[in-house]
Design a protein around this ligand. Structure first.
Ligand code: UDX
Length: 439
């Protein structure tokens, strides 16, 4: 099959490379000339494990290419995917759909055979119909559902594990109104039939809602366990054991029950807000998701207080070593990362902050600039610090040398916001150790 992928951001690039790896011919299009130039000379604009090799292999095999020219890319395409950004609009939390609308207009101009126009970007419920209307308006000569179809095919990729998530998904969701469109989508995902991946076919609007419902549910699950952690801290219970004890119940499931500083990233914060807004627009209460948004925002801000308490109530004239800046490991993504709340709050309390992140420092510099000291390793960050704060659970921080830490730190205080270490072991090594929801 021939695929045209519009947008070479995270979703577009991963999906395009994976479709090519399935054996399809994929052309990725972007308006950003520097991005296309970089991709054409073998560079990858984002950090995602394994993506550089996947792209290089498929480019070499002649199945994957990059261009600025949409007309060229759409020639003979069976499916054109819209994978452009849908950032939260400032102020009202609505997704900004201007890129999606612009892409739809441009696609309309180049349709010269039956093609399925698929939204892969996370778009509000009802956007597929808008895409269809835009194309129909621009091209009155085309009959919707006959000369072209629109479909929804949300992505469920986790950053850092996106390639395996694409190739071994729990399920693929396709929302389409016509059998011809379902046939194209079935053929595109046929390589997944080998491992019997369920493909859930629904109508377009249901598929759009599935994406939001999934992310809101997961965000709720994390927020729930975070609240349990707070109760654990007051009662002396252990949140990791609570998570295990409830997670073994098949109805609950063990995943997404790690208590931490609050969720971040490009999806959960944006999608929960967008769902709340959609529900408001339709006059439907979504009290649970609204509470989740609110609790998570408050939680991220409150994390600096834990560091403050661990240091005796104030961070004035204290030096804090922060390990990890990205919202989770194996990505350079800083979007809505807890570090963006925790670091400014510590600084406001008078702290000097030394930071390290294995992959995120270039990205993080855009937010923190000269306000922090950039260090080239975790031990460098700890030199002369009064406290260590583990903010992102990178593998590089999972087996720190306690003796070395003791020799570098002014005081052996360790605030572990990801529960990476064992409290007893830390105490045995002479640390004053604070974690989340554990006695
Ligand atoms: C998420 C969804 O998992 C994915 O399906 C969707 O398409 C996009 O959003 P991603 O944002 O890449 O993916 O990361 P994920 O691993 O889900 O983590 C999101 C946030 O939740 C991170 O800040 C992480 O630290 C936090 N989290 C996750 C927890 O605090 N506890 C958990 O148990 C799991």
């Amino acid at each position: 099959m021939r695929v045209c992928m519009i947008g070479t951001g995270y979703v577009g690039l991963v999906s395009g490379a994976c479709f090519a790896d399935f054996g399809h011919d994929v052309v990725c299009v972007d308006k950003d000339a520097s991005k296309i130039e970089r991709l054409n000379s073998g560079g990858i604009p984002i950090y995602e494990p394994g993506l550089d090799k996947l792209v290089a292999d498929n480019v070499a095999a002649g199945r994957l290419s990059f261009t600025l020219d949409l007309a060229e890319a759409m020639k003979g395409a069976d499916a054109v995917f819209i994978a452009v950004g849908t950032p939260s609009r400032r102020g009202d939390g609505h997704a900004d759909l201007s890129y999606v609308y612009a892409a739809s207009e441009e696609i309309a101009a180049y349709i010269d055979q039956y093609v399925v126009v698929v939204t892969k970007s996370t778009v509000p419920v009802g956007t597929g119909k808008e895409v269809l209307d835009i194309i129909a308006k621009a091209r009155p000569d085309l009959k919707p559902g006959v000369d072209f179809s629109t479909a929804s095919n949300p992505e469920f990729l986790r950053e850092g594990a996106a390639i395996s998530d694409f190739k071994r998904p729990d399920r693929v969701v396709v929302g389409a109104e016509e059998e011809a469109a379902r046939d194209v989508m079935r053929e595109l995902y046929r390589p997944l039939f080998i491992n019997e991946t369920p493909i859930v076919f629904t109508n377009r609007v249901t598929s759009e809602l599935i994406k939001y419902a999934a992310n809101a549910f997961l965000a709720t699950k994390i927020t729930f366990i975070n609240e349990m952690a707070d109760i654990c801290e007051k009662t002396g219970a252990n949140v990791q054991e609570v998570a295990k004890g409830i997670g073994l119940d098949g109805r609950i499931g063990s995943k997404f029950l790690h208590a931490g500083p609050g969720y971040g990233g490009s999806c959960f914060p944006k999608d929960t807000l967008a769902l709340v807004q959609t529900a408001k627009d339709y006059g439907v209460p979504t009290k649970i998701v609204e509470a989740v948004v609110d609790i998570n925002d408050t939680r991220k801000k409150a994390m600096a207080d834990r560091v403050k308490e661990a240091c005796g109530g104030s961070l004035k004239d204290k030096t804090v070593a922060v390990l990890g800046l990205t919202f989770k490991p194996n990505t350079d993504d800083m979007r809505d990362s807890p570090s963006l709340d925790v670091i400014p709050a510590m600084k406001a309390d008078g702290a000097t902050v030394r930071v390290h992140d294995p992959e995120g420092m270039e990205e993080a510099e855009k937010s923190f600039g000269e306000t922090v000291t950039w260090c080239d390793g975790p031990y460098h960050a700890m030199e002369g610090a009064d406290v260590v704060v583990l903010l992102t659970e990178w593998d590089a921080y999972r087996a720190l040398d306690f003796k070395k830490m003791q020799s570098l730190l002014k005081a052996p205080i360790f605030v572990d916001l990801r529960n990476v270490y064992n409290p007893e072991t830390m105490r045995d090594h002479g640390f004053s150790y604070v974690s989340i929801g554990r006695p």
